[in-house]
Design a protein around this ligand. Structure first.
Ligand code: AP5
Length: 241
């Protein structure tokens, strides 16, 4: 699906509830545009796995399906976005998740990214999926601990039962994909993350897509949004043309 095209696409923000397909589609964006995926869930799981101070604190919160406090998130996101590979753009998967995080991100990008060089401004893509479909996607998700490839026992099963098609590793279920944790994650989305969509909608920066369709169709919609967004922007003026 993803034909590689080298272009500075600036920041792409994927917004959507747990199971909307942010991770799945981030990988397609990485493949096509050559920008890194910044998944705050993955960054946190890495800290948890290494047993850092942040990881120990985050582990308990994530196990309840709640959001990690904003102040803890800012440090890890800022550190990652300052890395050299983010210069040509990046895709944010799972951040911002509160209105405060959205405000923080705007200020960070303005100060650290746009002030230094003219870049395509962020595009915010809201992925809409029905609640019942989200539950199916989350309870059916499996992932490869070696290469990170995602599967779903309902819609995208591996060729051999519970084994990765790429490297044969035994697939794993994420700790927070247990039903009792999923309800907490969806509740956190409703009470805190929906406001992020309101924040960007008020700024007329939100583009909503139907993410309930087949994966390839969702990918096509997202590429269309990114291509139109960046084509309509001229670095000379630093504004949309
Ligand atoms: P995080 O890791 O970000 O999880 P999430 O937002 O809950 O999202 P998921 O990774 O579960 O879903 P996804 O949208 O990526 O869907 P996927 O592509 O995998 O966060 C985990 C925790 O970390 C949070 O609960 C919180 O505690 C903490 N955290 C993270 N960021 C934070 C922040 N900014 N602030 C505070 N706390 C933070 O797809 C799901 C399944 O569906 C897969 O099996 C896939 O194969 C399948 N699928 C995908 N697309 C389709 C399709 N079109 N049709 C059919 N199946 C599909």
């Amino acid at each position: 699906m993803a034909n590689k095209t080298a272009r500075n696409i600036g920041p792409v923000i994927l917004l959507g509830p747990p199971g909307a397909g942010k991770g799945t589609q981030s990988k397609q964006i990485v493949e096509r545009y050559g920008v890194p995926q910044i998944s705050t869930g993955d960054l946190l799981r890495d800290h948890v796995g290494r047993g850092t101070e942040l990881g120990l604190e985050a582990r308990v919160i994530m196990a309840r399906g709640e959001l990690v406090p904003d102040e803890l998130m800012y440090g890890i996101v800022a550190t990652r976005l300052r890395e050299a590979d983010c210069q040509g753009g990046f895709v944010l998967d799972g951040f911002p998740r509160t209105a405060a995080q959205a405000g923080w991100l705007d200020a960070f990008l303005e100060k650290e990214i746009f002030e230094k060089s003219k870049k395509c401004p962020p595009v915010v893509i809201q992925m809409l999926v029905d609640y019942t479909q989200l539950l199916l996607r989350l309870t059916g998700r499996r992932s490869c601990p070696t290469c990170g490839r995602l599967y779903n026992i309902h819609s995208q099963s591996p060729l051999a039962d519970e084994l990765c098609d790429v490297d044969g590793s035994k697939l794993v279920i994420r700790d927070d994909d247990r039903e009792e944790v999923i309800s907490g994650r969806l509740a956190a989305y409703e009470t805190q993350t929906r406001r992020v969509a309101d924040y960007y909608r008020a700024q007329k920066r939100l583009v909503a897509i139907n993410a309930e369709r087949l994966m390839e169709e969702v990918t096509a919609q997202i590429f269309g949004v990114i291509d139109r967004h960046c084509l309509g922007w001229t670095p000379v003026a630093g504004r949309r043309s």
